[in-house]
Design a protein around this ligand. Structure first.
Ligand code: FMN
Length: 260
């Protein structure tokens, strides 16, 4: 099992890092108990050279290889492609994700058009001083869902300016829940049973890309994978219940017609 944790804080001994460490410790002991090899890698986004998106749209129009910014996003994307699960951990900055996380998200915006992470699990985590983490979690959820990830859950940790090491015990139960849920979801391949919201997101995208000019890059991507065929219900083969699939197709069509 390969898990990648992305930390969106420059404080390497800060709240967000400490929560990720709690989750890693718990996942390592679960892996031992279940005799499952676990590779857990933590990457600090602040250590990478990831420039802000220039808005040129070349990634949308001609593919991500046309992006003029040749920096660490390329190797990070390759790492994301190789893992089974992603923990996205951001401190709350002014009620939203940190700039490090937002810059990383913007550079992968083309994945909203060409979802590439189906079959992988994701768990967004927000640490916050005293207010609500919900808006930040919504920002992360929206990106991860549109990119095709299976969302296992979400967790917010209220920690003040900087929790002291002795206070960390308080956060162990919630961190354990995250570790257990992610470990279970990856081991039991929960991503092959997509949630209703994921099936709806697929349907909405399918209807949108069916209307794109056939010579566009996104159309070719969807068409090449067989995703534009009306009978296709998700990016990958799946084990979702047929009633859930039928409901998702209906709701997706209604939302596309009246809301999008
Ligand atoms: C620039 C900045 C903006 C922040 N904005 C908020 C905020 O809107 N609401 C809040 O409750 N805490 C806010 N905080 C506190 C952090 O969210 C909180 O302490 C977080 O756990 C810090 O994580 P870190 O130690 O990993 O950097 C902010 C902190 C900074 C540095």
């Amino acid at each position: 099992m390969k898990i990648l944790a992305l930390v969106g804080s420059n404080r390497k001994k800060g709240n967000t890092t400490r929560i990720v460490q709690l989750i890693e410790t718990r996942m390592q002991s679960l892996a031992q108990q279940h005799d499952t090899p676990l590779e857990f890698e933590t990457i600090f986004l602040g250590d990478l050279d990831i420039h802000p998106c220039r808005g040129c749209r070349l990634c949308f129009d001609r593919g991500e290889n046309a992006c003029p910014l040749k920096d660490d996003i390329v190797s990070l994307r390759a790492k994301m492609d190789a893992v089974d699960g992603l923990i996205l951990a951001s401190p709350v900055y002014v009620d939203d994700v940190s700039g490090l996380v937002k810059t990383w998200m913007d550079r992968l915006a083309f994945v909203c058009h060409r979802p590439a992470f189906s079959g992988k699990c994701a768990y967004p985590i927000a640490t916050v001083g005293g207010s609500s983490p919900n808006h930040t979690l919504r920002t992360m959820n929206a990106a991860l869902l549109t990119w095709g990830f299976h969302l296992v859950g979400q967790a917010g940790f209220k920690m003040g300016a900087l929790a002291s090491p002795d206070e960390m015990e308080r956060y162990e139960p919630e961190a354990t829940k995250v570790a257990e849920a992610l470990f279970r979801a990856v081991s039991q391949r929960h991503a092959s049973r997509p949630a209703l919201v994921s099936l709806i997101a697929f349907k909405i995208q399918q209807l949108a890309w069916q209307r794109e000019p056939p010579d566009s890059y996104d159309y070719a991507y969807w068409d090449g994978r067989g995703w534009l065929a009306n009978e296709r219900t998700f990016y990958t083969g799946h084990r979702a219940h047929p009633i859930k699939v039928a409901l998702a197709r209906l709701l997706g069509a209604v939302i596309f017609r009246f809301v999008v």
